[in-house]
Design a protein around this ligand. Sequence first.
Ligand code: F6R
Length: 608
Amino acid sequence: MCGIVGFVGRGPAAAPILDALRRLEYRGYDSAGIATLEHGLLTRRRAVGKLKNLESMLNCEPLVGRIGIGHTRWATHGRPSEDNAHPHAVGGVAVVHNGIIENHRELRKELKSAGACFATDTDTEVIAHLVSQQLKKGRVPIDAVRAALPRLEGAFALAFLFEGYENLIIGARKGSPLAVGYGRGEMYLGSDAIALAPLTDMINYLDDGDVTVITRQGIAFFNAQGERLRRSPAKIAGATVLAQKGEHRHFMVKEIHEQPSVVGQTLAQYIDVASGTIKIPNDAELGFRDINRVSITACGTAFYAGLIARYWFERYAGLPVEIDVASEFRYRNIPFDPGNLAVFVSQSGETADTLASLEFAKARGQRVLSVVNVASSTMARASQIVLPTLAGPEVGVASTKAFTCQLATLACLAIAAGRARGVLSADDEAALVRALVEVPGYMTRALELEPKIGQLARKLASSRNALFIGRGTNYPLALEGALKLKEITYIHAEGYAAGELKHGPIALIDKDIPVFVIAPGDMMFEKTMSNMHELIAREGRTILITDRKGASLASPGSWVTLVLPDMPALVAPLVFALPLQLIAYHTALVRGTDVDQPRNLAKSVTVE
Ligand code: F6R
Protein backbone atom coordinates (compact mmCIF):
# COMPACT_ATOMS: atom_id res chain seq x y z
CA MET A 1 0.00 0.00 0.00
CA CYS A 2 1.42 3.39 1.00
CA GLY A 3 1.42 6.67 -0.91
CA ILE A 4 4.53 8.30 -2.34
CA VAL A 5 5.20 11.85 -3.50
CA GLY A 6 8.11 13.74 -5.03
CA PHE A 7 8.56 17.48 -5.63
CA VAL A 8 11.32 19.54 -7.19
CA GLY A 9 10.67 23.26 -7.58
CA ARG A 10 11.55 26.82 -6.70
CA GLY A 11 9.91 27.09 -3.28
CA PRO A 12 10.02 24.88 -0.18
CA ALA A 13 8.98 21.32 -1.01
CA ALA A 14 7.48 20.26 2.33
CA ALA A 15 4.13 22.08 2.00
CA PRO A 16 3.13 20.71 -1.44
CA ILE A 17 4.40 17.27 -0.45
CA LEU A 18 2.29 17.34 2.73
CA ASP A 19 -0.75 18.45 0.74
CA ALA A 20 -0.26 15.63 -1.77
CA LEU A 21 0.20 13.15 1.09
CA ARG A 22 -3.18 14.22 2.46
CA ARG A 23 -4.70 13.03 -0.79
CA LEU A 24 -2.84 9.75 -0.46
CA GLU A 25 -3.66 9.10 3.19
CA TYR A 26 -6.33 6.68 1.96
CA ARG A 27 -3.42 4.35 1.13
CA GLY A 28 -2.24 4.10 4.71
CA TYR A 29 -1.99 6.10 7.89
CA ASP A 30 0.35 4.19 10.21
CA SER A 31 3.11 6.78 9.88
CA ALA A 32 4.36 9.41 7.46
CA GLY A 33 7.58 11.18 6.56
CA ILE A 34 9.30 13.68 4.29
CA ALA A 35 12.94 14.04 3.27
CA THR A 36 14.40 17.15 1.63
CA LEU A 37 17.85 18.36 0.76
CA GLU A 38 19.14 21.34 2.71
CA HIS A 39 22.52 22.67 1.55
CA GLY A 40 22.85 19.41 -0.36
CA LEU A 41 22.32 17.26 2.75
CA LEU A 42 19.41 14.93 3.47
CA THR A 43 17.08 16.11 6.23
CA ARG A 44 14.11 14.03 7.33
CA ARG A 45 11.02 14.39 9.49
CA ARG A 46 9.03 11.26 10.30
CA ALA A 47 6.14 10.68 12.69
CA VAL A 48 4.07 7.68 13.79
CA GLY A 49 0.30 7.78 13.29
CA LYS A 50 -1.83 10.00 11.13
CA LEU A 51 -0.45 12.70 8.86
CA LYS A 52 -1.48 15.41 11.32
CA ASN A 53 1.33 14.20 13.62
CA LEU A 54 3.87 14.84 10.86
CA GLU A 55 2.23 18.19 10.21
CA SER A 56 2.63 19.22 13.88
CA MET A 57 6.25 18.11 13.78
CA LEU A 58 6.87 20.20 10.67
CA ASN A 59 5.26 23.23 12.33
CA CYS A 60 7.84 22.98 15.14
CA GLU A 61 10.76 21.92 12.98
CA PRO A 62 10.12 23.11 9.39
CA LEU A 63 11.95 21.75 6.36
CA VAL A 64 13.17 24.35 3.89
CA GLY A 65 14.59 22.28 1.01
CA ARG A 66 13.22 22.90 -2.49
CA ILE A 67 13.33 19.25 -3.45
CA GLY A 68 11.88 16.36 -1.52
CA ILE A 69 10.10 13.04 -1.31
CA GLY A 70 7.28 12.02 1.03
CA HIS A 71 5.45 8.91 2.15
CA THR A 72 2.36 7.80 4.02
CA ARG A 73 2.66 4.23 5.24
CA TRP A 74 0.55 1.11 5.70
CA ALA A 75 2.94 -1.22 7.48
CA THR A 76 3.78 -4.49 5.75
CA HIS A 77 7.21 -5.31 7.21
CA GLY A 78 8.00 -3.81 10.60
CA ARG A 79 5.53 -2.28 13.03
CA PRO A 80 4.47 1.35 12.69
CA SER A 81 7.29 3.28 14.38
CA GLU A 82 9.39 6.33 13.61
CA ASP A 83 12.36 4.16 12.66
CA ASN A 84 10.26 2.13 10.23
CA ALA A 85 8.62 5.23 8.72
CA HIS A 86 9.79 6.23 5.24
CA PRO A 87 11.84 7.89 3.75
CA HIS A 88 14.68 5.51 4.57
CA ALA A 89 18.13 6.98 4.20
CA VAL A 90 21.44 5.17 3.80
CA GLY A 91 24.78 6.64 2.71
CA GLY A 92 23.48 9.70 0.92
CA VAL A 93 20.39 8.19 -0.70
CA ALA A 94 16.83 8.41 0.57
CA VAL A 95 13.97 6.28 -0.74
CA VAL A 96 10.21 6.02 -0.42
CA HIS A 97 8.49 2.81 -1.49
CA ASN A 98 5.03 1.46 -2.18
CA GLY A 99 4.85 -2.31 -2.61
CA ILE A 100 6.64 -5.34 -1.19
CA ILE A 101 10.18 -6.54 -1.85
CA GLU A 102 9.67 -10.28 -1.68
CA ASN A 103 13.36 -11.25 -1.55
CA HIS A 104 14.23 -8.69 1.14
CA ARG A 105 15.42 -11.39 3.59
CA GLU A 106 18.05 -12.77 1.20
CA LEU A 107 19.14 -9.25 0.26
CA ARG A 108 19.38 -8.18 3.91
CA LYS A 109 21.55 -11.20 4.69
CA GLU A 110 23.81 -10.52 1.74
CA LEU A 111 24.12 -6.81 2.54
CA LYS A 112 24.82 -7.53 6.20
CA SER A 113 27.61 -9.90 5.35
CA ALA A 114 29.06 -7.12 3.19
CA GLY A 115 29.09 -4.87 6.27
CA ALA A 116 25.75 -3.02 6.03
CA CYS A 117 24.07 -1.98 9.30
CA PHE A 118 20.27 -1.90 9.26
CA ALA A 119 18.29 0.70 11.17
CA THR A 120 14.77 -0.58 10.43
CA ASP A 121 12.69 -3.77 10.17
CA THR A 122 11.35 -2.83 6.74
CA ASP A 123 11.79 -4.55 3.42
CA THR A 124 12.40 -1.10 1.88
CA GLU A 125 15.69 -0.44 3.63
CA VAL A 126 17.44 -3.03 1.44
CA ILE A 127 16.72 -0.80 -1.57
CA ALA A 128 18.50 2.17 0.00
CA HIS A 129 21.48 -0.08 0.87
CA LEU A 130 21.66 -1.55 -2.64
CA VAL A 131 21.66 1.89 -4.27
CA SER A 132 24.12 3.29 -1.75
CA GLN A 133 26.44 0.33 -2.41
CA GLN A 134 26.41 1.25 -6.10
CA LEU A 135 27.08 4.93 -5.34
CA LYS A 136 30.09 3.88 -3.27
CA LYS A 137 31.41 2.07 -6.31
CA GLY A 138 31.50 5.48 -8.02
CA ARG A 139 28.31 5.18 -10.08
CA VAL A 140 26.19 8.26 -10.72
CA PRO A 141 22.63 8.09 -9.25
CA ILE A 142 20.82 6.90 -12.39
CA ASP A 143 23.35 4.12 -12.95
CA ALA A 144 23.25 3.18 -9.27
CA VAL A 145 19.45 2.84 -9.41
CA ARG A 146 19.61 0.91 -12.67
CA ALA A 147 22.13 -1.49 -11.19
CA ALA A 148 20.05 -2.02 -8.04
CA LEU A 149 16.57 -2.51 -9.56
CA PRO A 150 17.15 -5.93 -11.15
CA ARG A 151 18.01 -7.28 -7.69
CA LEU A 152 14.48 -6.53 -6.43
CA GLU A 153 11.74 -9.15 -6.60
CA GLY A 154 8.15 -8.20 -5.91
CA ALA A 155 6.24 -5.03 -6.56
CA PHE A 156 7.40 -1.46 -6.17
CA ALA A 157 6.89 2.17 -6.93
CA LEU A 158 9.96 4.08 -5.75
CA ALA A 159 11.24 7.62 -5.48
CA PHE A 160 14.88 8.44 -4.67
CA LEU A 161 16.64 11.57 -3.51
CA PHE A 162 20.45 11.91 -3.50
CA GLU A 163 22.74 14.02 -1.33
CA GLY A 164 24.52 16.61 -3.41
CA TYR A 165 21.94 16.47 -6.22
CA GLU A 166 19.58 19.39 -5.62
CA ASN A 167 17.87 18.96 -8.98
CA LEU A 168 17.21 15.23 -9.25
CA ILE A 169 14.50 12.78 -8.23
CA ILE A 170 14.55 9.31 -9.71
CA GLY A 171 11.37 7.24 -9.85
CA ALA A 172 10.85 3.60 -10.81
CA ARG A 173 7.89 1.33 -11.17
CA LYS A 174 7.21 -2.40 -11.26
CA GLY A 175 3.71 -3.54 -10.38
CA SER A 176 2.72 -0.55 -8.24
CA PRO A 177 1.31 2.57 -9.90
CA LEU A 178 3.30 5.77 -10.31
CA ALA A 179 2.50 9.06 -12.05
CA VAL A 180 4.55 12.18 -12.82
CA GLY A 181 3.22 15.72 -13.17
CA TYR A 182 4.50 18.74 -15.11
CA GLY A 183 4.58 22.30 -13.78
CA ARG A 184 6.42 25.51 -14.72
CA GLY A 185 9.89 25.21 -13.32
CA GLU A 186 8.70 22.48 -10.98
CA MET A 187 7.94 18.80 -11.50
CA TYR A 188 6.16 16.21 -9.40
CA LEU A 189 5.78 12.53 -8.80
CA GLY A 190 2.95 10.73 -7.03
CA SER A 191 1.23 7.40 -6.52
CA ASP A 192 -1.75 8.69 -8.46
CA ALA A 193 -2.95 11.67 -10.46
CA ILE A 194 -5.35 12.78 -7.70
CA ALA A 195 -2.40 13.38 -5.36
CA LEU A 196 -0.97 15.81 -7.91
CA ALA A 197 -4.29 17.39 -8.94
CA PRO A 198 -3.83 20.76 -7.16
CA LEU A 199 -0.33 21.09 -8.62
CA THR A 200 -0.97 20.20 -12.25
CA ASP A 201 -3.36 18.62 -14.71
CA MET A 202 -0.53 17.51 -17.04
CA ILE A 203 0.19 13.94 -16.10
CA ASN A 204 2.12 10.97 -17.39
CA TYR A 205 2.10 7.42 -16.06
CA LEU A 206 5.06 5.10 -15.75
CA ASP A 207 4.64 1.66 -17.31
CA ASP A 208 6.00 -1.43 -15.66
CA GLY A 209 9.79 -1.44 -15.80
CA ASP A 210 10.07 2.31 -16.45
CA VAL A 211 12.55 4.56 -14.71
CA THR A 212 11.99 8.31 -14.68
CA VAL A 213 14.47 11.13 -14.12
CA ILE A 214 12.87 14.29 -12.80
CA THR A 215 14.47 17.73 -12.70
CA ARG A 216 13.04 21.27 -12.55
CA GLN A 217 13.49 21.48 -16.31
CA GLY A 218 11.76 18.28 -17.37
CA ILE A 219 11.00 14.60 -17.00
CA ALA A 220 12.72 11.81 -18.92
CA PHE A 221 11.58 8.19 -19.20
CA PHE A 222 13.72 5.11 -19.71
CA ASN A 223 12.75 1.47 -20.13
CA ALA A 224 14.31 -1.42 -18.22
CA GLN A 225 17.10 -1.62 -20.83
CA GLY A 226 18.00 2.02 -20.25
CA GLU A 227 16.66 3.20 -23.62
CA ARG A 228 15.08 6.64 -23.68
CA LEU A 229 11.32 6.56 -24.22
CA ARG A 230 9.14 9.20 -25.87
CA ARG A 231 6.16 10.08 -23.71
CA SER A 232 3.89 13.10 -24.01
CA PRO A 233 1.93 14.24 -20.98
CA ALA A 234 -1.85 14.06 -21.12
CA LYS A 235 -4.28 16.53 -19.61
CA ILE A 236 -6.45 14.95 -16.94
CA ALA A 237 -9.68 16.24 -15.50
CA GLY A 238 -8.43 16.37 -11.92
CA ALA A 239 -10.50 16.46 -8.76
CA THR A 240 -8.64 19.50 -7.43
CA VAL A 241 -10.70 19.96 -4.32
CA LEU A 242 -10.02 17.61 -1.46
CA ALA A 243 -13.35 16.14 -0.33
CA GLN A 244 -14.73 17.87 2.76
CA LYS A 245 -16.98 16.49 5.49
CA GLY A 246 -19.30 19.51 5.40
CA GLU A 247 -21.74 19.48 8.30
CA HIS A 248 -21.22 15.75 8.83
CA ARG A 249 -19.17 14.36 11.68
CA HIS A 250 -17.48 11.73 9.52
CA PHE A 251 -16.88 11.10 5.84
CA MET A 252 -18.61 7.75 6.19
CA VAL A 253 -21.95 9.22 7.24
CA LYS A 254 -21.63 11.95 4.60
CA GLU A 255 -21.04 9.27 1.98
CA ILE A 256 -23.99 7.19 3.25
CA HIS A 257 -26.23 10.23 2.85
CA GLU A 258 -24.88 11.00 -0.63
CA GLN A 259 -26.19 7.71 -1.98
CA PRO A 260 -29.56 8.86 -3.34
CA SER A 261 -27.72 11.48 -5.35
CA VAL A 262 -24.66 9.55 -6.57
CA VAL A 263 -26.60 6.38 -7.34
CA GLY A 264 -29.02 8.59 -9.29
CA GLN A 265 -26.12 10.09 -11.26
CA THR A 266 -24.61 6.69 -11.92
CA LEU A 267 -27.92 5.31 -13.11
CA ALA A 268 -28.52 8.38 -15.27
CA GLN A 269 -25.50 7.56 -17.40
CA TYR A 270 -26.77 4.04 -18.12
CA ILE A 271 -30.51 4.62 -18.40
CA ASP A 272 -32.62 6.26 -21.06
CA VAL A 273 -35.75 7.04 -19.06
CA ALA A 274 -37.74 8.24 -22.07
CA SER A 275 -37.37 4.96 -23.96
CA GLY A 276 -37.26 2.77 -20.84
CA THR A 277 -34.00 1.20 -21.98
CA ILE A 278 -30.49 0.66 -20.69
CA LYS A 279 -27.68 2.35 -22.61
CA ILE A 280 -24.32 0.73 -22.01
CA PRO A 281 -21.53 2.58 -23.81
CA ASN A 282 -19.54 0.24 -26.02
CA ASP A 283 -22.56 -2.05 -26.11
CA ALA A 284 -21.48 -3.24 -29.53
CA GLU A 285 -18.06 -4.15 -28.24
CA LEU A 286 -19.61 -6.21 -25.49
CA GLY A 287 -21.26 -8.48 -28.05
CA PHE A 288 -23.53 -9.98 -25.41
CA ARG A 289 -25.00 -12.42 -27.88
CA ASP A 290 -21.63 -14.12 -28.33
CA ILE A 291 -20.90 -14.32 -24.65
CA ASN A 292 -21.67 -17.59 -22.97
CA ARG A 293 -20.35 -16.82 -19.51
CA VAL A 294 -19.38 -13.97 -17.22
CA SER A 295 -16.60 -14.07 -14.65
CA ILE A 296 -16.50 -11.47 -11.89
CA THR A 297 -13.41 -10.76 -9.84
CA ALA A 298 -13.01 -8.24 -7.02
CA CYS A 299 -12.05 -7.86 -3.36
CA GLY A 300 -13.97 -7.09 -0.17
CA THR A 301 -17.09 -5.01 -0.58
CA ALA A 302 -16.64 -4.88 -4.37
CA PHE A 303 -16.60 -8.70 -4.33
CA TYR A 304 -19.94 -8.69 -2.50
CA ALA A 305 -21.33 -6.35 -5.17
CA GLY A 306 -20.18 -8.99 -7.68
CA LEU A 307 -21.86 -11.77 -5.68
CA ILE A 308 -25.15 -9.88 -5.85
CA ALA A 309 -24.67 -9.25 -9.57
CA ARG A 310 -24.27 -12.99 -10.10
CA TYR A 311 -27.94 -13.46 -9.20
CA TRP A 312 -28.86 -10.73 -11.69
CA PHE A 313 -26.81 -12.07 -14.62
CA GLU A 314 -28.30 -15.52 -14.07
CA ARG A 315 -31.85 -14.32 -13.59
CA TYR A 316 -32.12 -11.51 -16.12
CA ALA A 317 -29.61 -12.60 -18.78
CA GLY A 318 -29.46 -16.38 -18.43
CA LEU A 319 -25.68 -16.14 -18.18
CA PRO A 320 -23.70 -18.45 -15.92
CA VAL A 321 -21.36 -16.53 -13.63
CA GLU A 322 -18.04 -17.56 -12.12
CA ILE A 323 -16.99 -15.37 -9.24
CA ASP A 324 -13.71 -15.13 -7.37
CA VAL A 325 -12.01 -13.01 -4.79
CA ALA A 326 -9.11 -11.54 -6.71
CA SER A 327 -6.47 -12.92 -4.36
CA GLU A 328 -7.52 -16.45 -5.43
CA PHE A 329 -8.33 -15.91 -9.11
CA ARG A 330 -4.83 -16.31 -10.50
CA TYR A 331 -4.01 -19.33 -8.41
CA ARG A 332 -6.78 -21.60 -9.65
CA ASN A 333 -6.30 -23.43 -12.91
CA ILE A 334 -9.23 -21.81 -14.66
CA PRO A 335 -9.93 -23.14 -18.14
CA PHE A 336 -10.32 -19.81 -19.95
CA ASP A 337 -13.21 -19.68 -22.38
CA PRO A 338 -13.00 -17.25 -25.33
CA GLY A 339 -16.75 -16.64 -24.92
CA ASN A 340 -16.26 -15.30 -21.40
CA LEU A 341 -16.63 -11.66 -20.43
CA ALA A 342 -14.21 -10.98 -17.57
CA VAL A 343 -15.65 -8.31 -15.27
CA PHE A 344 -13.53 -6.59 -12.59
CA VAL A 345 -15.09 -4.39 -9.93
CA SER A 346 -13.17 -1.83 -7.90
CA GLN A 347 -13.73 1.52 -6.24
CA SER A 348 -10.09 2.62 -6.35
CA GLY A 349 -9.08 0.86 -9.54
CA GLU A 350 -5.72 0.26 -7.85
CA THR A 351 -6.34 -2.84 -5.70
CA ALA A 352 -3.25 -4.98 -6.35
CA ASP A 353 -4.99 -8.36 -6.48
CA THR A 354 -7.81 -7.16 -8.73
CA LEU A 355 -5.40 -5.38 -11.03
CA ALA A 356 -3.12 -8.40 -11.29
CA SER A 357 -6.15 -10.61 -12.02
CA LEU A 358 -7.24 -8.21 -14.74
CA GLU A 359 -3.81 -8.34 -16.40
CA PHE A 360 -3.80 -12.12 -16.01
CA ALA A 361 -7.18 -12.45 -17.77
CA LYS A 362 -6.17 -9.97 -20.48
CA ALA A 363 -2.98 -11.90 -21.20
CA ARG A 364 -5.15 -14.99 -21.74
CA GLY A 365 -7.22 -13.29 -24.39
CA GLN A 366 -10.25 -12.53 -22.22
CA ARG A 367 -12.50 -9.58 -23.03
CA VAL A 368 -11.98 -7.33 -20.03
CA LEU A 369 -14.58 -4.97 -18.61
CA SER A 370 -14.13 -3.00 -15.42
CA VAL A 371 -16.59 -1.22 -13.16
CA VAL A 372 -14.41 1.45 -11.57
CA ASN A 373 -14.96 4.60 -9.54
CA VAL A 374 -11.64 6.37 -10.17
CA ALA A 375 -11.57 7.20 -13.86
CA SER A 376 -7.82 7.84 -13.99
CA SER A 377 -6.95 4.60 -12.17
CA THR A 378 -4.62 1.91 -13.47
CA MET A 379 -7.50 -0.53 -13.80
CA ALA A 380 -9.57 1.87 -15.88
CA ARG A 381 -6.60 2.47 -18.15
CA ALA A 382 -5.88 -1.25 -18.50
CA SER A 383 -9.44 -2.31 -19.39
CA GLN A 384 -10.93 -2.71 -22.85
CA ILE A 385 -14.33 -1.52 -21.66
CA VAL A 386 -14.81 0.74 -18.63
CA LEU A 387 -18.15 1.36 -16.95
CA PRO A 388 -17.51 4.22 -14.53
CA THR A 389 -19.43 4.52 -11.29
CA LEU A 390 -20.08 8.14 -10.40
CA ALA A 391 -19.83 7.84 -6.64
CA GLY A 392 -17.32 10.71 -6.45
CA PRO A 393 -14.35 10.53 -4.08
CA GLU A 394 -14.99 7.99 -1.32
CA VAL A 395 -12.85 8.94 1.66
CA GLY A 396 -14.26 6.80 4.49
CA VAL A 397 -12.26 3.59 4.51
CA ALA A 398 -15.43 1.52 4.79
CA SER A 399 -16.99 1.50 1.35
CA THR A 400 -20.61 2.67 1.22
CA LYS A 401 -21.60 4.79 -1.77
CA ALA A 402 -19.11 3.06 -4.07
CA PHE A 403 -20.83 -0.25 -3.24
CA THR A 404 -24.33 0.90 -4.17
CA CYS A 405 -23.01 2.62 -7.32
CA GLN A 406 -21.30 -0.64 -8.28
CA LEU A 407 -24.61 -2.44 -7.76
CA ALA A 408 -26.44 0.15 -9.87
CA THR A 409 -23.92 -0.26 -12.72
CA LEU A 410 -23.89 -4.05 -12.57
CA ALA A 411 -27.70 -4.15 -12.55
CA CYS A 412 -27.74 -2.07 -15.75
CA LEU A 413 -25.12 -4.35 -17.30
CA ALA A 414 -27.13 -7.48 -16.45
CA ILE A 415 -30.31 -5.97 -17.91
CA ALA A 416 -28.48 -4.88 -21.09
CA ALA A 417 -27.15 -8.43 -21.42
CA GLY A 418 -30.61 -9.89 -20.87
CA ARG A 419 -32.14 -7.68 -23.52
CA ALA A 420 -29.37 -8.33 -26.07
CA ARG A 421 -29.65 -12.08 -25.50
CA GLY A 422 -33.42 -12.10 -25.86
CA VAL A 423 -34.01 -13.21 -22.28
CA LEU A 424 -35.80 -9.95 -21.45
CA SER A 425 -38.51 -8.42 -23.60
CA ALA A 426 -38.72 -4.67 -24.19
CA ASP A 427 -41.53 -4.59 -21.58
CA ASP A 428 -39.42 -6.49 -19.05
CA GLU A 429 -36.57 -4.05 -19.63
CA ALA A 430 -38.86 -1.05 -19.24
CA ALA A 431 -40.25 -2.44 -15.95
CA LEU A 432 -36.74 -2.98 -14.59
CA VAL A 433 -35.69 0.50 -15.70
CA ARG A 434 -38.71 1.94 -13.88
CA ALA A 435 -37.61 0.10 -10.74
CA LEU A 436 -34.08 1.51 -11.02
CA VAL A 437 -35.34 5.04 -11.52
CA GLU A 438 -37.09 4.82 -8.15
CA VAL A 439 -33.94 3.83 -6.25
CA PRO A 440 -32.89 7.34 -5.11
CA GLY A 441 -36.40 7.82 -3.66
CA TYR A 442 -36.33 4.48 -1.82
CA MET A 443 -32.90 5.33 -0.49
CA THR A 444 -34.08 8.67 0.87
CA ARG A 445 -36.81 6.85 2.75
CA ALA A 446 -34.36 4.25 4.01
CA LEU A 447 -32.25 7.07 5.49
CA GLU A 448 -35.26 8.12 7.55
CA LEU A 449 -34.62 5.03 9.68
CA GLU A 450 -31.49 6.68 11.07
CA PRO A 451 -32.95 7.87 14.43
CA LYS A 452 -34.31 4.39 15.16
CA ILE A 453 -30.98 2.83 14.15
CA GLY A 454 -29.19 5.30 16.46
CA GLN A 455 -31.27 3.98 19.39
CA LEU A 456 -30.66 0.37 18.36
CA ALA A 457 -26.91 1.03 18.18
CA ARG A 458 -26.83 1.89 21.88
CA LYS A 459 -28.15 -1.59 22.63
CA LEU A 460 -25.74 -3.24 20.20
CA ALA A 461 -22.57 -1.48 21.24
CA SER A 462 -21.66 -3.90 24.04
CA SER A 463 -22.04 -7.00 21.81
CA ARG A 464 -18.94 -9.04 21.17
CA ASN A 465 -20.34 -10.98 18.21
CA ALA A 466 -23.09 -10.54 15.65
CA LEU A 467 -24.57 -12.53 12.80
CA PHE A 468 -26.20 -11.40 9.57
CA ILE A 469 -28.39 -13.73 7.55
CA GLY A 470 -30.33 -13.56 4.30
CA ARG A 471 -31.33 -15.60 1.26
CA GLY A 472 -30.85 -14.87 -2.44
CA THR A 473 -29.25 -11.47 -3.00
CA ASN A 474 -29.71 -10.83 0.72
CA TYR A 475 -27.09 -13.46 1.44
CA PRO A 476 -24.20 -11.42 -0.08
CA LEU A 477 -25.79 -8.39 1.51
CA ALA A 478 -25.54 -10.19 4.87
CA LEU A 479 -21.82 -10.68 4.16
CA GLU A 480 -21.50 -6.97 3.43
CA GLY A 481 -23.44 -6.00 6.58
CA ALA A 482 -21.11 -8.16 8.66
CA LEU A 483 -18.02 -6.70 6.98
CA LYS A 484 -19.19 -3.12 7.65
CA LEU A 485 -19.85 -3.89 11.30
CA LYS A 486 -16.55 -5.64 11.96
CA GLU A 487 -14.33 -3.17 10.12
CA ILE A 488 -15.50 -0.04 11.91
CA THR A 489 -16.78 -1.30 15.29
CA TYR A 490 -14.31 -4.20 15.76
CA ILE A 491 -17.27 -6.38 16.81
CA HIS A 492 -16.78 -9.84 15.40
CA ALA A 493 -19.51 -10.41 12.82
CA GLU A 494 -20.28 -13.08 10.24
CA GLY A 495 -22.72 -13.27 7.36
CA TYR A 496 -24.48 -16.51 6.49
CA ALA A 497 -26.98 -17.82 4.00
CA ALA A 498 -30.04 -18.08 6.25
CA GLY A 499 -30.51 -21.74 5.39
CA GLU A 500 -26.95 -22.56 6.48
CA LEU A 501 -27.36 -21.59 10.12
CA LYS A 502 -28.62 -24.96 11.21
CA HIS A 503 -25.60 -26.62 9.62
CA GLY A 504 -23.37 -25.32 12.37
CA PRO A 505 -23.49 -21.62 13.26
CA ILE A 506 -26.77 -21.99 15.19
CA ALA A 507 -24.62 -23.43 17.98
CA LEU A 508 -23.49 -19.84 18.64
CA ILE A 509 -26.98 -18.54 19.34
CA ASP A 510 -27.78 -17.27 22.81
CA LYS A 511 -29.39 -14.13 24.21
CA ASP A 512 -26.18 -12.12 23.82
CA ILE A 513 -25.68 -12.43 20.07
CA PRO A 514 -27.71 -10.08 17.87
CA VAL A 515 -28.75 -11.63 14.54
CA PHE A 516 -29.69 -9.30 11.68
CA VAL A 517 -32.25 -10.96 9.45
CA ILE A 518 -32.44 -9.32 6.01
CA ALA A 519 -35.77 -10.36 4.59
CA PRO A 520 -37.87 -8.26 2.21
CA GLY A 521 -41.34 -9.66 1.59
CA ASP A 522 -40.23 -11.61 -1.52
CA MET A 523 -40.59 -15.24 -2.51
CA MET A 524 -37.93 -16.28 0.01
CA PHE A 525 -39.61 -14.45 2.88
CA GLU A 526 -41.42 -17.37 4.52
CA LYS A 527 -38.33 -19.55 4.45
CA THR A 528 -36.22 -16.83 6.04
CA MET A 529 -38.91 -16.29 8.66
CA SER A 530 -38.71 -19.96 9.57
CA ASN A 531 -34.97 -19.50 10.08
CA MET A 532 -35.60 -16.43 12.21
CA HIS A 533 -38.02 -18.33 14.42
CA GLU A 534 -35.51 -21.13 14.84
CA LEU A 535 -33.28 -18.46 16.37
CA ILE A 536 -36.00 -16.89 18.50
CA ALA A 537 -36.82 -20.35 19.88
CA ARG A 538 -33.21 -20.45 21.12
CA GLU A 539 -33.39 -17.03 22.82
CA GLY A 540 -31.68 -15.33 19.86
CA ARG A 541 -32.10 -11.53 19.65
CA THR A 542 -33.18 -10.93 16.06
CA ILE A 543 -33.30 -7.62 14.24
CA LEU A 544 -35.59 -8.01 11.26
CA ILE A 545 -34.85 -5.72 8.32
CA THR A 546 -37.78 -5.95 5.96
CA ASP A 547 -40.21 -3.96 3.82
CA ARG A 548 -43.83 -3.09 4.57
CA LYS A 549 -45.10 -6.27 2.98
CA GLY A 550 -42.66 -8.36 5.01
CA ALA A 551 -43.58 -6.50 8.20
CA SER A 552 -47.26 -7.25 7.63
CA LEU A 553 -46.54 -10.96 7.05
CA ALA A 554 -44.03 -11.48 9.84
CA SER A 555 -45.27 -13.17 12.97
CA PRO A 556 -44.19 -11.35 16.15
CA GLY A 557 -41.06 -12.23 18.06
CA SER A 558 -38.21 -10.19 16.59
CA TRP A 559 -36.38 -7.96 19.07
CA VAL A 560 -36.41 -4.97 16.73
CA THR A 561 -37.95 -4.53 13.26
CA LEU A 562 -36.73 -1.98 10.72
CA VAL A 563 -39.23 -1.39 7.96
CA LEU A 564 -38.37 -0.08 4.47
CA PRO A 565 -40.81 0.79 1.69
CA ASP A 566 -41.98 -1.97 -0.64
CA MET A 567 -39.87 -2.16 -3.80
CA PRO A 568 -39.18 -4.49 -6.74
CA ALA A 569 -36.78 -7.36 -5.98
CA LEU A 570 -34.11 -6.08 -8.40
CA VAL A 571 -33.44 -2.91 -6.43
CA ALA A 572 -33.83 -4.26 -2.89
CA PRO A 573 -30.07 -4.90 -2.35
CA LEU A 574 -29.24 -1.29 -3.25
CA VAL A 575 -31.69 0.05 -0.70
CA PHE A 576 -31.33 -2.55 2.06
CA ALA A 577 -27.59 -1.79 2.10
CA LEU A 578 -28.28 1.59 3.71
CA PRO A 579 -29.69 0.44 7.07
CA LEU A 580 -26.77 -2.00 7.32
CA GLN A 581 -24.29 0.84 6.77
CA LEU A 582 -26.09 3.00 9.33
CA ILE A 583 -26.11 0.17 11.88
CA ALA A 584 -22.33 -0.15 11.57
CA TYR A 585 -21.82 3.61 11.66
CA HIS A 586 -23.98 4.33 14.73
CA THR A 587 -22.61 1.34 16.64
CA ALA A 588 -19.09 2.61 15.92
CA LEU A 589 -20.09 6.06 17.20
CA VAL A 590 -21.28 4.58 20.51
CA ARG A 591 -18.11 2.52 20.80
CA GLY A 592 -15.95 5.55 19.99
CA THR A 593 -13.86 3.91 17.28
CA ASP A 594 -12.11 5.75 14.46
CA VAL A 595 -14.92 5.54 11.91
CA ASP A 596 -13.19 6.96 8.85
CA GLN A 597 -9.79 5.41 9.41
CA PRO A 598 -10.29 2.18 11.33
CA ARG A 599 -7.24 0.49 12.77
CA ASN A 600 -5.06 -1.68 10.53
CA LEU A 601 -6.90 -0.74 7.33
CA ALA A 602 -6.24 1.46 4.32
CA LYS A 603 -8.61 2.68 1.67
CA SER A 604 -6.68 1.28 -1.24
CA VAL A 605 -4.94 -2.09 -0.94
CA THR A 606 -2.03 -1.85 -3.33
CA VAL A 607 -0.09 -4.86 -2.07
CA GLU A 608 -0.98 -8.51 -2.56
C1 F6R B 1 -14.68 -2.55 2.83
C2 F6R B 1 -13.84 -2.06 1.74
C3 F6R B 1 -12.92 -3.02 1.10
C4 F6R B 1 -12.80 -2.74 -0.41
C5 F6R B 1 -11.74 -3.65 -1.03
C6 F6R B 1 -11.66 -3.45 -2.53
O1 F6R B 1 -15.52 -1.55 3.31
O2 F6R B 1 -13.86 -0.91 1.41
O3 F6R B 1 -13.29 -4.35 1.34
O4 F6R B 1 -14.05 -2.95 -0.99
O5 F6R B 1 -10.50 -3.38 -0.45
O6 F6R B 1 -11.29 -2.14 -2.83
P1 F6R B 1 -11.51 -1.55 -4.28
O7 F6R B 1 -12.99 -1.50 -4.49
O8 F6R B 1 -10.88 -0.20 -4.24
O9 F6R B 1 -10.87 -2.48 -5.24
